[in-house]
Design a protein around this ligand. Structure first.
Ligand code: TAP
Length: 477
């Protein structure tokens, strides 16, 4: 298990010698001590990235692509180890890590490996006597700060387009979940990524993360995490006017109209909120039911929520694991009291499980019915297996509620009316809409939000635009 910083192609201790324990959320036992990067380590990582940049950025794009394709293969060949590491460190059920996180990580590197030599500039018809064309150039040294909810997948979402475009990277994984990202660093070296191109500095957000945001030699920062930290990053980045990309929180509306296929909507809505214990920025955390079908829907949804099998994430039979940390479990459970205080009703769950899981970071699948869409449980991101039920009378009210938060990330709707589906999709204030489905992601499809959910897009051609800058060249012909 890799537990050191990865700088200039080597695993090394922190300059200070400091380490931080990473815990298993199943029972809070220590998995290992991980080196803790400070400012001096970030400086070393940036210096290594600067040295590597000229050769990496000028390498034939197809050659960069080939390395990423090799990496995708290595990830697939190491599926079991990566899946178990991710589950051990985060609490993801291993069957999800194996079936979703690892294949999606490989798919992302493969997609952008293929993209490397297909993302191109343009020729532009300007005035007579001149040829004008554009070059898509890498931004330079890119800082990337990732959270703890999907560490493996988010490592690929951030690194793959950045590398395909020819940038060098200094990445900080979340302090509580660094292990799978460090394994990816090891595989990157094996795949042939030259030393210094990728540097990994696990450390505290307030120290290493903050310093990456401030660093004068880092040209761009890409961040996924909370809106509050996003704001801090924008402020810290102002010194050298970094290019910024933010993927922040959400409070996803998942709207079930009266004409929906109820069975599909019930299953899809459970997936929308309970996958990864609800720790997803795009989780369908506001379950909005048309009042005509609300009771019928809940008659099916509540037993399904109660039937989800909690357990050790390393057990193949487990459907829901623990939350990723004890602090976070306590924060999620505090919203049960918030709901009660607001006059909400707890329809399912609302506590940690007893028995042998009592010592871990577990929370039962929780469903609360809120009085108003303005209540805190209908406005604030809980980020756990906690769904707030709201009812509506018509399409107009559905949109008012759906768009009635500061966020605008993922959203979903269930209906058999084609016209309504497209009209509501158009009117939703959101970066992503799923119709008769929820929480689909693909490396080709842009991912990101509006409003307090951030700006910029991951995935697809949009991600390549984020990681390049345009140079316009005029030729006097
Ligand atoms: P954040 O503080 O936003 O953590 C995300 C990442 O940012 C971590 O790597 C963190 O480092 C780092 N970070 C923290 N302070 C920083 C700073 N001043 N400068 C640069 N980087 C910094 O999230 P959290 O406190 O762990 O979770 C709180 C809430 O955020 C959650 O309950 C949830 O609502 C939201 N959240 C959203 C997402 C997504 S996908 N949108 C993901 C995670 C959390 P350390 O963790 O190492 O300190």
């Amino acid at each position: 298990m890799r537990n050191q910083l990865f700088i200039n192609g080597r695993f090394v201790d922190a300059e200070s010698g400091e380490t931080l324990a990473t815990l298993n959320p199943h029972d809070n036992s220590v998995i290992t001590q991980v080196a803790l990067a400070g400012k001096a380590d970030v400086d070393k990582a940036v210096a290594a990235a600067k040295r590597a940049f000229p050769a990496w950025s000028r390498m034939a794009a197809a050659d960069r692509g080939r390395i990423l394709l090799r990496l995708a293969e290595l990830i697939e060949a190491n599926t079991e180890e990566l899946a178990r590491l991710e589950s051990l460190d985060t609490g993801h059920p291993v069957r999800d890590s194996r079936r979703l996180d690892v294949p999606r990580t490989a798919a992302c590197f493969r997609y952008f490996g293929g993209m490397a030599d297909k993302f191109q500039g343009e020729t532009i018809p300007v005035e007579a006597g001149f040829l004008n064309y554009t070059l898509r150039e890498p931004v330079g040294i890119v800082g990337q700060v990732v959270p703890w909810n999907f560490p493996l997948m988010f490592t690929s979402w951030k690194m793959a387009p950045a590398l395909a475009a020819g940038n060098c990277i200094v990445m900080k994984p979340a302090e509580i979940t660094p292990l799978s990202s460090l394994k990816i660093a090891e595989l990157m070296a094996e795949a042939g990524i030259p030393e210094g191109v990728v540097n990994m500095v696990p450390g505290l957000g307030s120290v290493a993360g903050q310093y990456i945001a401030e660093h004068p030699d880092i040209a761009k920062i890409a961040f996924t995490g909370s809106t509050a930290t996003g704001r801090r990053i924008v402020q810290a980045s102002a010194g050298n006017l970094k290019k910024i990309q933010l993927e922040l929180g959400g409070k996803g509306p998942n709207i079930v109209f009266e004409d929906a296929n109820l069975d599909a909507a019930v299953n899809g809505s459970a997936w929308a909120i309970f996958h990864n214990q609800g720790q997803a920025c795009i989780a369908g955390s506001r379950l909005m039911l048309h009042e005509k079908i609300a009771d019928q829907f809940l008659d099916k949804f509540l037993p399904l929520a109660r039937s989800i099998k909690l357990g050790n994430p390393l057990d193949d039979a487990t459907e829901m694991g623990p939350l990723t940390s004890a602090d976070h479990r306590d924060r999620v459970l505090s919203y049960v009291e918030v709901a009660k205080g607001e006059g909400g009703k707890v329809l399912a769950g609302g506590a940690g499980p007893g028995g042998e899981l009592a010592g871990g970071c577990y929370v039962q699948p929780t469903v609360v019915h809120a009085q108003s869409f303005r209540d805190r449980v209908a406005q604030e991101e809980v980020f756990g297996p906690f769904v707030t039920v709201l009812t509506f009378k018509n399409d107009e009210e559905a949109l008012q509620i759906a768009d009635g938060t500061d966020y605008g990330l993922g959203s979903g709707l269930w209906t058999n009316n084609l016209q309504r589906a497209h009209k509501v999709a158009r009117d939703l204030h959101a970066g992503m809409v799923w119709i008769n489905s929820y929480k689909r992601v693909n490396p080709g499809s842009p991912f990101g939000g509006v409003g307090q959910s951030g700006y910029g897009r991951e995935m697809g051609f949009d991600a390549m635009r984020e990681y390049t800058q345009v140079k316009s060249v005029w030729v006097n012909v």
